[in-house]
Each structure stands twice: as C-alpha cells, then as structure tokens.
Design a protein around this ligand. Structure first.
Ligand SMILES: [Ca+2]
Ligand SMILES: [Ca+2]
Length: 333
C-alpha cells in the first residue's frame, strides 16, 4: 500500500511539474499578445528614466548657473587673443627709390588672424609718402621721403605690432613716427629723431650734441614711447688700431682733442687732472648730469663736469668756453 501511495505521490508530483513546465508554453500565444503592453512598458519605463536624469541634469547646471559662465568666460577670453609668430621680428625694409612703390611686409599687424599687405607709395606730384596697409593709406607730411620702415613689437602686452616709419624730412634730417592698428583704426604714436635697427636686433635713437664739436651719438630705446634705456649718449669712438695708424686723421677730424690747458676731472672716482698738451677722445655724454666721459690715449677713462651757457649757446668746461680748453673742436652746426 505504501508503495502504491508513494507511487501515487510521485505521479502527482510529476503531473504538477509537467503542468508547471507546460504553463509557459501555454502562455506563449498569450505572451505574444502581452508583448505589446510589455513592449510598451519598457518604452514607457526608460522614457521616464531618460526624463528623470534630464531634469536632474538641467537642475544641476541651473543651480550652478553662476559658476558656469565664470568658467566659460576666461576660456573664451583666453582663446580670443591671437598672436602671430613674432620670432621673425624685428625686420627692416629700406625703400628702394628706383621703384615708386613696392611691398614691404605681409604680416598680421593687428593680431586678427589675417595678414595685411604693407606697401609704400610715393606721390611725386604731391611730394608725399604713403604707407598702405591693404587698401588703407597712412599719409605722412609732404616734402618728405620715406627712408625705411621697421616692423617691431614694442610692447608684448599690446595686441598689435608697430610700424616705425623713418622719414627723411629734407636731407639727413630724420623723423621716426610710430604707427599701429588699434581696434580697427590706425594710430600715430610718438615721433622721434632717427631710429635705426642694429644688427643685434635693438633699436637705437640717433641724436647730436654740440659738446666737444658736433658729435653723433646713439642710445638704445624701447617701449611704445621709444624711451631711451640710458641717459648716456654714446658717441663714435675710434678703435685701438685707428688710434695707432690714423692718429693724424683723428686729430684733423676733431675726434682726438688736444688740451690747451690742464682740466680737472675724476678718474676711478678720484679727483685728478688731464694735463695740458695731452689728447683725449669723447666716449659719451650724460646730458642731465652734465658729465662728459673721455678716454686718454693711454686708455684711462675720465669724467669731466660741463656747464651750458644758454646766452652764448656754448658748453663751458671749468667755467671756460670749450674752445678755450681744446684747440681743435669743430664748429657746432
Ligand atoms: Ca590682421
Ligand atoms: Ca604688441
């Protein structure tokens, strides 16, 4: 009986299992109908899921709306300034007057990402010189001849480079004007005497002094105001070779100056004198301190105090006109 009971139980269990396994198969056609709502459900379900993070994502930036523009602005600001390759600067273009016009540079002078074509033109009828930047012209005063143009970046802080127009007003009478393009308009800046570019890439102003004869001096200049870097005006000095081989010529030219009388000076900070009959040559002049530096033929450097007499337009050494102290000073023109 027990065996029969166990068998029956097993049979029932088998039936139940079979029923349980067969249910999905029976449901299958129903499941096909259900797939539609099921298919809709997953669509509906992710839809709110997608929508949920969206408002959340919107809410977050909304809450951080203030810092975001702050982080964006510097990014935009730092991306806006454009600087062309400045490594080629400074460059100089000397005007070839066999040609009345020509291209000097092609360069992005206003840092807007597009290069300008910079040309010159001489209007002989008007006796005027023009610099043309693309089609826009910058005119300079009449009766002048453009000698050279220097393209240089005088101030790394300004988003433009500078054109230095060196003009010969008459004959050997130079004026240098700084020009740049600022906010879409050309601006003429400082006007200086002759500015030249040396082989070491530095700019020098050329000035004259009537002290000890008319001497041409140079000082390095920098910045958009072309300010001198030093108060010392350096004048031409002969080389040691020149002093040995061309001594007579240097005396004739007024480079080597002959002392008619003994002069007070300072050498190595100590007061001393330069003896009557000796020769010196001028090396530089400090106009605001009124000190002239000279060098003796034996290579010593001496500082001499000078005064200027505005009534006589003359420089005084030890209270005397310079021509009474040196006997071969050229007439100062
Ligand atoms: Ca440009
Ligand atoms: Ca600049």
């Amino acid at each position: 009986m027990k065996k029969i009971a166990v068998f029956l139980m097993c049979f029932v269990m088998l039936l139940c299992t079979a029923c349980a396994e067969s249910k999905p198969a029976e449901v299958a056609p129903e499941g096909g109908e259900k797939t539609e709502p099921i298919a809709v459900e997953p669509q509906e379900t992710p839809a709110p899921e997608q929508n949920e993070p969206e408002p959340a994502a919107e809410a977050e930036p909304a809450a951080e709306a203030t810092p975001e523009p702050e982080t964006e602005l510097p990014t935009e600001a730092s991306a806006t300034p454009y600087t062309p390759d400045l490594s080629a600067l400074p460059i100089e273009y000397r005007i070839d007057w066999d040609r009345k016009e020509g291209t000097m540079f092609t360069y992005d002078i206003d840092f807007d990402g597009e290069a300008e074509k910079i040309t010159y033109r001489l209007d002989e009828k008007k006796n005027a010189t023009y610099i043309l930047v693309d089609d826009e012209s910058i005119a300079f005063p009449g009766s002048c001849v453009l000698d050279r143009v220097i393209l240089v970046d005088l101030d790394p802080e300004t988003p433009w480079v500078n054109l230095l127009a060196v003009i010969d007003m008459a004959s050997d009478d130079y004026i240098t004007t700084e020009v740049h393009s600022e906010n879409g308009a050309f601006v003429k800046g400082v006007e200086k005497e002759f500015i030249s570019l040396s082989s070491d890439g530095r700019l020098y102003s050329h000035e004259r002094t009537d002290l000890l004869g008319t001497k041409d001096g140079v000082r390095s200049v920098s910045g958009e105001k072309l300010e001198p870097d030093s108060e010392w005006l350096e004048v031409y000095t002969p080389s040691e070779e020149d002093l040995k081989t061309n001594r007579d010529v240097l005396i004739e030219l007024g480079t080597l100056l002959h002392l008619k009388r003994t002069v007070n000076c300072r050498i190595d900070g100590k007061p001393t004198t330069l003896k009557k009959g000796s020769y010196v040559y001028m090396t530089r002049f400090h106009e605001s301190r009124m000190i002239v530096e000279v060098r003796t033929e034996d290579g010593r450097t001496a500082l001499i105090s000078v005064d200027y007499d505005p009534n006589e337009y003359s420089y005084l050494i030890g209270g005397r006109d310079q021509n009474k102290v040196f006997d071969n000073i050229f007439y100062a023109d």
